[in-house]
Design a protein around this ligand. Sequence first.
Ligand SMILES: [Zn+2]
Length: 88
Amino acid sequence: MKHQQLYASKGEVVTCENGHEICNLSRDVFVDDRIMVEQFENWRNQKPPMPCEVITPCKTCGSPFVRSEMPFGGTWLHINDEWRRPTA
Ligand SMILES: [Zn+2]
C-alpha cells in the first residue's frame, strides 16, 4: 500500500493571506491530493463554491487562501497565517 504523507488535518482553519478565517478542512488532506471543494466546510464569510467551480479568494479582502505551485505539484493552503509547504 502506498504511504500517503499527511498535509493538513481535518478541522484545521484555512485563512487568507491577511488572516481572515475562510473555512475548516472537512477531512485529512494528503500531499498528493488534488484540492476539491469537498475538502472544506464551515465557510465563514463566503458561500462555498459549487463543485468544479474555481475557488474564489477571500470575500473580505480578495487575498488567496489556496494556490498551486507548479511544476512541483501539489496545492498549497494558507493555514494558521502561513502558506503550508508540502514536504516531500
Ligand atoms: Zn481576507
